[in-house]
Ligand binder design. Structure first.
Ligand SMILES: [Zn+2]
Length: 347
């Protein structure tokens, strides 16, 4: 039986064996992978063969949102043991780098990240990973939830960047997976309510089912009108741009209250216009997000406490044997799909 999901080149996936280095160093663990979520970036490498400067030039195992079971621990590992159920943070910085020493290891230029060329991902039976970036899951947190920690971590990073205060009103532009994760993290972080705006009603219906979320279909009501109505004309305390759409970025100043915050989460493919005077006229604080750092423990704690339930966002669970079909479905971008997960065969 073939073992790994390999992107051979743009548009060409195969299930096959591929030799990977599985040597366990003193500070590493080896993990039997159980569940892997398909991310927009995995799909983009499949359909476009590159993201920005990262180009697929050699066969690469896809996948970076994973949970599994520890099957081997290095001699120096103290906080994990064989049999522990874990999830993994896919970016590994150089611990001696200046960024890592400052705690902002997500922007370390030397970071290696699963399924970002030339680094192999985790849609393979076993991965070796630094124990320091491997997190134990509480017994009642499932592998499926563990594999959702990675995308949720981006929402957590956005909520932390926003410096939410209890009772804030939040607004999220874009109801893709990251917009949804950001809205849930903002609620968990203290927002009294979060408005989520998008064009696609099926997406809004999914996130709108959560208490505390109000949805805005911008085909019917402009986002600025909706936030004005919800705040007596004052504006959102924090606005999260998760769509990457140029008109949304241009319209950001109209959504935030004077002195509020704007957090840029979505990544426009090309440079987009920004209304700087609009931002200045309300003295808005601008924050940006790139992946995440030091949020996995917090994310797992919220899930374990029942304060964040990511299970409704898992749209389908597909056995590994059908994972190419799962990628083709993800590439369709169905509006009713949030996260498709792949379950690896029992080792
Ligand atoms: Zn991801």
């Amino acid at each position: 039986m073939p073992t790994s999901l390999v992107l051979e080149r743009k548009g060409d996936l195969s299930l096959r064996d591929i030799p990977l280095d599985l040597a366990v160093g003193p500070d590493d663990v080896r993990i039997a992978v159980h569940t892997v979520g398909i991310c927009g970036s995995d799909v983009h490498y499949y359909t476009h063969g590159k993201i920005g400067p990262f180009v697929v030039t050699a066969p690469m195992v896809l996948g970076h949102e994973a949970a599994g079971t520890v099957v081997e621990v290095g001699a120096g590992v103290r906080h994990l043991k064989v049999g522990d159920r874990v999830c993994m943070e896919p970016g590994i910085p150089n611990p001696a780098s200046r960024a890592a020493k400052m705690g902002i290891y997500n922007v370390d230029s030397e970071v290696t990240f699963w399924a970002t060329p030339p680094v192999h991902g985790c849609l393979t039976p076993h991965v070796v990973h630094p124990a320091a970036y491997t997190y134990k899951l509480p017994d009642h947190v499932t592998f499926a939830e563990g594999a959702m920690v990675e995308p949720f971590a981006i929402g957590m990073q956005a909520a932390l960047r926003a410096r939410i205060q209890p009772g804030d009103v939040g607004m999220v532009l874009g109801a893709g997976p990251i917009g949804m994760m950001t809205a849930l993290a903002a609620l968990a972080g203290g927002c009294a309510k979060v408005l989520v705006a998008d064009l696609a009603q099926p997406k809004l219906d999914i996130i709108g089912a959560y208490p505390g979320i109000e949805t805005v279909n911008i085909r019917r009501v402009p986002a600025a009108e909706a936030i004005a109505a919800a705040t007596a004309g004052w504006g959102a305390d924090v606005v999260f741009e998760c769509s990457g759409a140029a008109p949304a970025v241009l319209g950001l100043p109209q959504l935030a209250r004077p002195g509020g915050a704007v957090v840029l989460v979505g990544m426009p493919v090309d440079p987009v216009l920004m209304d700087i005077v609009g931002l200045q006229a309300r003295e808005l604080r601008l924050e940006t997000v790139f992946r995440y750092a030091n949020v996995y423990d917090r994310a797992i704690a919220l899930i374990a406490a029942g304060k964040v339930d990511l299970k409704p966002l898992i749209s389908a669970t597909v056995p590994f044997a059908n994972s190419i079909a799962a990628f083709d479905r993800a590439a369709e971008g169905r509006e009713s799909d949030v996260k498709i997960q792949i379950e690896m065969p029992k080792a």
